[in-house]
Design a protein around this ligand. Sequence first.
Ligand SMILES: [Zn+2]
Length: 339
Amino acid sequence: MHDWIKTVPKAVLHDHLDGGLRVETLIELANEQNYPNLPSTNHDELKKWIQPKPDKSLAINLEAWEHTIGVMQDKDSIYRVTTEALEDLSNDGVVYAELRFAPLVHTFKGLTTGEVVDSVVNGIKDGMEKYDIVAGVILCAMRQEQNSLEVVNLCIEHNDVIGFDLAGPEVGFSVLNHSEACSLAVENNINVTLHADWEVAEGIKEVVIDSKAKRVGHGSQIINDIAFNNGEVTFQNTAAQYVFDNNIALEICPTSNVQCGAYSDVSEHSFGELFNAGFNVTINTDNRLMSDITMSEEVNNVVESFGLDEKDILGITKNTIEAGFVKPELKNKALKKLS
Ligand SMILES: [Zn+2]
């Protein structure tokens, strides 16, 4: 890895809280809680079990979430995972981080949804202070469920929550099924970013035009909606043009995309072409634990694949923070770290 990558200020917009635990924390929490279901309580064995398997088309181990969510069912555990995420990101040179998670799946041991959200918000507040990082939390509803309105209402009730997202499977589960929730969010000035991965061609339009999202989770498939004419980018549809003209940030997660089978290698990812075309591309980890990736490694992969330099990454970090959902004064605090 290039020496400067670890220290250059980095920013991440798309990092799932329940996909970023430390392996040792997962084991310790399981032990404390007498959680019986972990496949192993040995660090190396468990890490190996969770790790992406390169020989599968869908390499990310979806079963691992059952366990990370399984041990995040009380206030202390949720708080611990949140503060540790900020510690790890800060140690990795990340100056701005947005974490996201689905609050409704953390109530199986009796926490109220409000308590769940407060546990993360408290972790963010304390972690920001302790680890000198600017951070915020986005609440996710799941596309395959019917409770997105409840999640938007949690965003409205909790002033410290910075945004709303829809995650989960996309094929057969359109965001348009959640138009009431997205409208409610927009009407209440809740920032909206929605997952639109590569499998659904109309995903970008549904997200930015129909649902008025300010950012796109993933979004790398927009490469299919543009063409290059003598070096000039041209647009095949109004959604792609809209994303470009409005500088809508794409929360690109290169490693996660490769592991899910969208690209054979980061060097094949559309990131490079989108960056060169002038799209507002950001670099994101998605799930640090499940993908076995750090932000520095993610940035390094992009740098090596597309020949970017420190100035390019600083520019991306600046754009990323500017696309962030935290309050302006906090954004400025993070931006000051770039000078
Ligand atoms: Zn995601």
